[in-house]
Design a binder for this molecule. Structure first.
Ligand code: HEC
Ligand code: HEC
Length: 520
């Protein structure tokens, strides 16, 4: 087992070196230094780099050229707990952090790496550090603790009166009932547990290219604004859209995850923002489909496609696709050698998976902020209806929706939940919507949820369990999936949709969809 890394400044050089590389699906702890970026490492971040993952290789384009990471605020441990941004946004993991990496780093460092810092790398800071049980949500599901003020604080610094009451039904981490960290504790915080989201392709995530509406299309409320310009933002960042810009996000990441002693300077914030806006990550080689960035291949695959692509536009229509493939991998010749035959068969499967994603209709039902925006309930639509943004599969408008990943009955609980073994320790909250206001259109007045999502920020009943969609890129490098890590693999993700929307996918459709997602 060997994990190789491929540094190259020119794409041509890359293609040449890759041909010589053995297929090395898994990473080894001995080769840690080749793929893990510890804080303050000081290496140069090259203009282009590839990293192996289980399903192939991820490519990262650093469009403005090589970066000196020594002294760079994304890479330096700026806080008091030794972490840098890169600690949780690792290049090899598509600028997120896979549970496989977390476990390897646990083993390699005996649990002493700064990612395991008590503040949010433990189920609750009040637990004994170093005991795997204290870190189980991170080690099992890749989840960090996110502590948010409860009740929510509005942009004006004043508490928002929520439209509902919130009770802790189950508190397996002990954090939500703790005298210090609990909801009624000294800090008046609520703890939910979430996956790191990719810090790449962010040009798309924060795009305001065509101007952004001052209103939240889904609720009619005023959209958040960029505190520097006063202009509305698209509200597509973080699981609950609580951060309007990359700079406010970085400032709050430094305060919470990194426990900095003083706020980041304007220069540091600008440097982080600039770095993030020119970074592109996507799968570039697939063990099944081979090279994904061939000049005559599908135009939407590989990181260069993201570098070239247009942000802020819809891709779910007849003139522009979410992930353009131009039918390039349909009806391929059988191939002359066994390898070629296998590769072509896999490519055809990817193409079919794309078509399932884009064309295969099913009834989307009872999903807040999609069945309530004029499409009707139910609405016979496709995956691309929700995942419409060109190149990243996000929403071009404010991207939170209730898919059911955290709410009952879709996020099933023991003993009904066939996956209960994998969700042992998430908290459960009971939300009761106020009598004097309209109930939630699909759940009524009482909702059980593992993470109220956007409602923790807005205080609105209709936002309970609404989660902002993540981008679709680099999926192969960053399992598990969904904000609460509830799908361990792409297959589990696809099976969730089948169950949630009663899609009746055939086995072949499932395989094709997984193969499609695996090359993004
Ligand atoms: C301890 C791990 C950790 C550290 C350190 C960390 N992050 Fe994150 N990051 C996360 C998690 C977890 C989320 C998702 C939070 C949520 O959805 O509520 C996230 C989300 C993000 C996002 C949002 C991406 C999107 O599409 O929504 C960006 C951008 C980001 N982080 C950048 C940074 C920067 C810049 C730093 C350093 C200043 C940093 N992060 C430090 C864990 C971390
Ligand atoms: C009703 C709208 C809706 C539909 C339809 C929908 N999704 Fe999603 N999708 C979401 C939301 C919301 C999230 C974020 C949920 C979360 O993180 O808890 C998401 C997340 C994802 C992710 C990102 C996972 C990650 O962790 O990065 C993938 C991949 C995905 N969906 C694939 C699909 C596929 C494939 C289909 C069609 C079978 C589909 N989606 C249909 C709303 C939808």
């Amino acid at each position: 087992m060997n994990r190789s890394i491929n540094l190259c400044v020119f794409l041509l050089a890359c293609t040449a070196t890759t041909l010589l590389m053995a297929e090395t699906p898994s990473r080894s702890a001995e080769k840690l230094r080749e793929w893990w970026w510890p804080p303050g490492d000081g290496r140069v971040f090259p203009a282009y780099v590839e990293y192996d993952n289980e399903l192939g290789r991820l490519g990262i384009v650093n469009a403005n050229g090589p970066i000196e990471t020594a002294g760079h605020p994304f890479f330096e441990p700026l806080g008091t707990n030794g972490r840098a941004c890169v600690s949780c946004h690792q290049p090899a993991d598509g600028m997120s952090l896979s549970v496989a990496s977390i476990r390897q780093i646990w083993e390699a460092t005996n649990g002493t790496d700064p990612i395991f810092a008590p503040i949010d790398g433990m189920n609750c800071p009040n637990l004994p550090p170093g005991d795997p049980a204290s870190h189980s949500l991170l080690l099992e599901r890749g989840l960090f603790r996110i502590a948010l003020p409860w009740p929510p604080i509005g942009d004006d610094g004043q508490p928002i009166e929520p439209e509902f009451t919130l009770e802790v039904v189950r508190d397996p981490t002990g954090c939500n009932t703790d005298p210090v960290y609990g909801i009624d504790g000294e800090r008046r915080e609520i703890s939910v547990y979430r996956r790191p989201r990719p810090a790449a392709n962010l040009r798309y995530v924060v795009s305001t290219r065509f101007g952004v509406s001052p209103f939240i299309g889904k609720t009619g409320m005023l959209a958040a604004v960029d505190p520097e310009t006063g202009l509305p933002v698209n509200m597509n960042m973080m699981a609950d859209a609580r951060e309007p810009t990359l700079k406010t996000q970085a400032q709050s990441a430094a305060r919470t995850h990194m426990e900095v002693a003083k706020p980041l300077t304007p220069e540091q914030l600008e440097k982080i923002r600039e770095f993030e806006l020119q970074l592109y990550a996507a799968q570039v080689y697939s063990n099944g489909a081979g090279r994904l960035d061939e000049p005559d291949g599908p135009s939407g695959l590989g990181p260069r496609a993201l570098e070239r692509g247009q942000d802020g536009v819809l891709g779910n229509n007849t003139t522009r696709y979410v992930i353009p493939m131009e039918n390039k991998w349909a009806n391929l010749p059988e191939g002359d050698t066994p390898e070629e035959r296998e590769r072509n068969a896999f490519r055809e499967s990817v193409q079919r998976g794309h078509d399932v994603f884009f064309f295969r209709t099913f009834w989307i039902r009872d999903a807040m902020h999609i069945n309530t925006v004029g499409l009707g309930n139910p609405a016979k639509r496709t995956c691309a209806t929700c995942h419409g943004m060109h190149m990243t599969g996000m929403d071009t408008a404010n991207g939170w929706m209730d898919l059911g990943t955290t709410n009952h009955p879709w996020a099933l609980e023991p003993p009904e939940d066939p996956w209960a073994k994998k969700l042992p320790e998430l908290p459960l909250f009971k939300i009761t919507c106020r009598e004097d206001l309209p109930p939630h259109p699909f759940y009524g007045r009482v909702i059980y949820t593992q993470d109220p999502g956007r409602a923790l920020i807005s205080g609105k009943c209709e936002d309970v369990g609404a989660i902002v969609m993540q981008q679709f890129r680099g999926l192969a490098a960053r399992a598990p999936y969904f904000s609460n890590g509830s799908a361990a693999t792409l297959r589990e993700l696809v099976d969730f949709y089948d169950r949630r929307f009663n899609m009746r996918l055939t086995e072949q459709e499932r395989i094709d969809l997984v193969n499609f997602l695996s090359v993004l």
